[in-house]
Design a protein around this ligand. Structure first.
Ligand SMILES: [Mn+2]
Length: 412
């Protein structure tokens, strides 16, 4: 599906006499003249293929056919001297497939003209909020300003319509995700070569990130988690400042981002190159849950059902080891969920009406056990592509079993 087709699908879901105004956003300010790396509004990226600041897409459904304009930054050589090249009109057209390109300085005048002459009843923005306590993001702030300026016009949220489309990946998106998984695989192999007792967790992180960047990826999909020993039991540990001690495990939850698409992988390695018998017992329970979830992931199944399968396998394994007595106690050592959607967001969009898996969806498979009293945290996370009759493990080549990991660490 090309970007034009995606926009047509969104257009078909907009009400008559409405317009959509979608901004790419701006980099967030840090302090003085420093800014965070720019992160594009994901709906804008999905509908245009462009990840540049200070652009806006307008889709007009006041007439009887789709009209669209993409507003971009003008080319100004004195600005480019400092910040680098902007995209030209031709480049923007080529990537997005939008025929009508205008300069962002004209956006307000264009909107004024549409509001006065075409009298839309409704204007769509991306008003998704993660938490009400968050500061409004760029698109939310624009929607708020519009609502204040035009009290008689309805404001609606385009996010659910775009999110529903984003949940099913096309062939191109699947291929790019495979690239991101491949880069993650190579970088993890690099880590397996370097890992030894006495390393700092941040050094393990640095080995991974060095390789990801040297392979030409955009960067990391999310802050790398490198937790050894008890730190592996903290689900979102990002401090990475402890020493990796002999005979402990290190839990690595990480991923590369390539062309805007993310990998999300977790592997748990023995720092000394060999699992202890006890570590292997627990590791193999998590591995079994991972394998069972992959065996059951197929169209029609929900993520909740996959999590129930995962919990059952984990509980059975733990009862055998005497870690728990009853199945209901599984939450003592497993406190998250086994799966989430993956895409241009790491925890990708999910709408309630698409809770059953469909071919083309990409999800994670990440069972884990976190046993504080044994200072042992283990998670094994793969990325799955749902197919017509099951799933493909996109990260199948990233060594996974205890034996494979030990063998790889032995002959280095
Ligand atoms: Mn994950």
């Amino acid at each position: 599906m090309n970007y034009r087709e995606r926009r047509e699908k969104v257009y078909s879901q907009m009400e008559e006499k409405s317009i959509l105004v979608l901004y790419s956003g701006e980099a967030l300010h840090i302090s003085a003249d420093a800014y965070h790396d720019f992160e594009v509004n994901r709906q804008f990226f999905y509908l245009t293929g462009i990840r540049r600041e200070n652009m806006a897409l307008v889709i007009d459904k006041c007439g009887d056919k789709l009209e669209e304009i993409l507003f971009i930054e003008p080319i100004d050589p004195s600005v480019e001297r400092w910040v680098g090249k902007k995209m030209t009109k031709e480049e923007v057209k080529e990537v997005s497939g939008v025929e009508s390109i205008a300069m962002i300085d004209n956006l307000q005048a264009t909107l004024d003209r549409i509001m006065n002459r075409k009298l839309p009843k409704k204007v769509y923005f991306d008003t998704y909020r993660h938490q009400m306590s968050d500061l409004p993001d760029y698109n939310v702030a624009k929607a708020q300003a519009f609502a204040a300026a035009y009290p008689g016009i309805a404001v609606d949220n385009i996010y659910p319509a775009v999110a529903a489309l984003r949940m099913v990946k096309d062939a191109e998106e699947v291929n790019i995700t495979k690239e991101a998984v491949k880069v993650t695989e190579e970088a993890l192999n690099h880590v397996l070569n370097a890992l030894k007792p006495g390393m700092m967790e941040y050094q393990v992180q640095a080995e991974f990130e060095y390789k990801v960047k040297s392979l030409g990826a955009d960067g990391m999909a999310f802050p790398t988690i490198a937790g050894s020993g008890i730190n592996g039991t903290m689900l979102h540990y990002e401090t990475n400042h402890d020493v990796c001690k002999e005979n402990t495990l290190i839990l690595l939850d990480l991923g590369a981002r390539v062309k805007g698409y993310n990998a999300d992988i977790t592997r748990t390695y023995p720092v000394s190159g060999k699992f202890t018998e006890r570590q292997k017992q627990i590791y193999n329970i998590v591995l079994k849950a991972n394998q069972e979830v992959a065996a059951q992931a197929r169209p029609g199944v929900t993520l909740k059902e996959l999590n129930d399968i995962c919990k059952k396998v984990l509980a059975e394994g733990m009862m055998e080891l005497g870690l728990i007595e009853k199945e209901e106690e599984v939450g003592k050592y497993y406190m998250h969920s086994v799966s989430h959607h993956l895409g241009i967001d790491v925890h990708d969009v999910t709408v309630p009406e698409k809770d059953k898996l469909e071919p083309g969806m990409i999800i994670t498979n990440e069972p884990g056990l976190y046993i504080d009293e044994e200072e042992t945290g283990i998670r094994i996370e793969d990325d799955l592509l749902i197919t017509e009759d099951g799933c493909v493990v996109l990260s199948a080549d990233i060594v996974r079993t205890a034996e494979e990991i030990e063998a790889k660490m032995k002959d280095r």
